[in-house]
Design a protein around this ligand. Sequence first.
Ligand SMILES: *[C@@H]1O[C@H](CO)[C@@H](O)[C@H](O)[C@H]1NC(C)=O
Ligand SMILES: *[C@@H]1O[C@H](CO)[C@@H](O)[C@H](O)[C@H]1NC(C)=O
Ligand SMILES: *[C@@H]1O[C@H](CO)[C@@H](O)[C@H](O)[C@H]1NC(C)=O
Ligand SMILES: *[C@@H]1O[C@H](CO)[C@@H](O)[C@H](O)[C@H]1NC(C)=O
Ligand SMILES: *[C@@H]1O[C@H](CO)[C@@H](O)[C@H](O)[C@H]1NC(C)=O
Ligand SMILES: *[C@@H]1O[C@H](CO)[C@@H](O)[C@H](O)[C@H]1NC(C)=O
Length: 727
Amino acid sequence: MFHLNVRHFIPLQPSSSLMENFDPKMFWIIWFLCSVLLCECSPVPDPDSPMFGEVQSPQYPQPYPPNLQQQWELRVPEGFQIRLTFTHLDIEAAAGCYYDSLTVLHKEKLLGKFCGTENSADGHHPGNHPILSPGNTLMLIFQTDDDNPERHQNLGFSAQYQAIDVDECSAPEPLDGSGPLCSQICLNTLGSYLCACHHGYELRSDQRTCVLSCGGGIFDEPEGHLFSPGYPMIPPHAVSCQYIISVEPGFTVSLNFSDNFHIESVDTEDGLICLHHWLLVTIPDREPIKLCGGLSPGLMETNSSTVKLDYHTDDKGQSRGWSLDYRTQRVQCPVPGRVANGRVTPVLTEYFYRDYLHVRCDQGYKLMMEGEEIQSFFTMCVSSGRWHLSLPECHIIDCGEPEPLLNGAVTVLSGFQNQYRSVVQYHCNQPFYSPLGGVNVTFRCDADRQWRSTHDVISSPTCLPVCGQPTKLISGYQRIIGGSNAPHKTIPWQVMLSVGSGRGGGMVIADRWILTAAHVLVANGATVPPEDVRIYMGHNDVKTLKDTPVNASSLYIHPGYKNPDLLNYNNDIALMKLDQPITFDSSVMPLCLPAEGATYDTGVMGLVSGFGITINRGREVLTNRLKYVQLPVVDQETCSSSLSSIRRTRSDVPNLTENMFCAGVPEGSKDSCQGDSGSAFTLRENGRFYAAGIVSWGIECGKRGTYGVYTRVSNYLPWINNTIQNN
Ligand SMILES: *[C@@H]1O[C@H](CO)[C@@H](O)[C@H](O)[C@H]1NC(C)=O
Ligand SMILES: *[C@@H]1O[C@H](CO)[C@@H](O)[C@H](O)[C@H]1NC(C)=O
Ligand SMILES: *[C@@H]1O[C@H](CO)[C@@H](O)[C@H](O)[C@H]1NC(C)=O
Ligand SMILES: *[C@@H]1O[C@H](CO)[C@@H](O)[C@H](O)[C@H]1NC(C)=O
Ligand SMILES: *[C@@H]1O[C@H](CO)[C@@H](O)[C@H](O)[C@H]1NC(C)=O
Ligand SMILES: *[C@@H]1O[C@H](CO)[C@@H](O)[C@H](O)[C@H]1NC(C)=O
């Protein structure tokens, strides 16, 4: 196999019949090589030079005229010879062709002087031997004398010529000592020749001689083989070859020198030095490495995508040279560290250029980069061998402060700073509030940063007021009329009302609601404006109580209360809504409502309290102290007949309805009275006080044979419920 280094061009005559012998493929190879190697090609063939032709004497085939001196210059393309073949020659014969002649010349060289006819004795006839020109030109000179040769009508000549390829390669070596045409390989071509060199050599610019090839240049394939000129033979002197391996960034080149390595070195006291011969390995941004000696460097990782090799020998000494295989591999990135509380994927033992890494945080942790939270993270191994982003951190999430609980509090059961998996417990401010559902709700900080109840049943905790359970109980019960002062905190639902100049009572039943009697809030058949009502609570002493009024925002009189003549106390019930909710404590606490369908059994003792009229030294006075008395529920019939008997002497006795009940003792002296209206008659069940009745009316207070009449609260539960729900 040889390496074509073609500089000579081949003449081309597309019109030539010789084209049939011409290999077009060869042409393209040659053309390609020429253009690639940028050769200065041999003279471009004269496009006017034909590959063949014909010459004839004037007037042929008529006899030629006398006195002629005509010449033809035949020319075929460079690199060809001319073969001239006479088809006919008939020229006046004479010895030495003295009179008429056809002279054939190549340059100055005479190839023949012809006259006569074929087989004529005189003259010089070419016969049917063609004439071969040594070059690509041929001069024909036809001369005739002035003697009119009437006796002999010579026709002249007719000849054909054609271009004949020269086999330059088989030509003998020129005698001038310039050496063979081609120093290594000669290839004859149509009209020309090519010099070529054996493998490892390249054609010099003289187009003839070959020199050892450096094989240099730029190598950009992912792998390849390089060797010094002539390797493994002894190379010529004074080599200066450069090889550049340059592959895509992101890949590194490793050089694997074969064991057979020899570059002349000089032994010094300090060891080998590469004085005259060397192979210089240059890696960008690195100190160049000079190699010489007899020991192969073996495998050399350059860690670079480009490396330059300069091989230098001077004109003395001998280096047998070197060879190497190079390979490329993707740039390696460092194995990433770990991310605490996160996962780095994929897990590989090595990471290379264009590999990706993802980082995900464990449940309950979030990705953080430079103090910012990020949604997702990946990083790529870039060509410099680094990760384009450094790894993020996984920080524990937190759910933020748990929602505060009205009338309750949150305590941390476990965890820290509301972080993931922290557990908090809501509890209500006992004993005044209790959790809805009766259990303290625990919430856990979930991975989605929400506080989630561990009991799916309850979504958000609520504290319900505890009703009817005062922190202090009255041990003995006394009358109001002449009754006892209620110790502080024993009747915490008690409300005192100032309506205009009048005084009434009420009871707290919810944090915004006061239950009272309708007649307290109706004056002259009309509901009083809410701003005329002052509401006091939280103390058993009127003076203290009056320091802290609360205001009603709206009043709700039962729609069935119609009492224009103050003789019909049916539906004597009303609700007041407060403009601010009350926070309950031991001094203010709501009273429970009766259970649905509650009945009040005759004789059951209830507790009535109020700031109403009391008897002081025989005089009726408005009390400054909360009073209370214990009274039994009176049979409805008994009460009704008591009223009937009174009605016999008085006409102003209201009717007793099923919405009322009575309480009191037949002997009198214990009763509720004016100013107590609206206050509660409470019964106690399961340790809880509930609003059984509302102080409504009576015929004189504490008089023997009369009873106090109370609104039967249990008949109004739907109305109370609806009013509260809807307002
Ligand atoms: C280096 O080349 C030698 C053969 O010359 C081969 O045996 C060896 O495996 C190569 N080393 C590498 C790392 O390619
Ligand atoms: C390439 O990197 C490897 C590993 O970091 C190192 O051992 C070697 O010396 C480096 N090669 C060069 C030529 O710096
Ligand atoms: C609720 O929590 C409070 C305060 O921690 C505690 O006193 C009470 O006993 C708990 N109640 C229940 C039902 O667990
Ligand atoms: C109640 O109303 C009065 C007069 O309208 C006002 O002066 C007072 O501040 C109110 N009290 C509250 C607690 O809003
Ligand atoms: C009381 O009832 C009687 C009969 O049931 C009735 O005639 C009278 O009008 C009622 N009085 C009032 C004030 O409603
Ligand atoms: C009040 O209404 C609620 C629903 O609106 C109901 O659950 C409750 O039982 C009602 N209470 C009474 C006493 O009617």
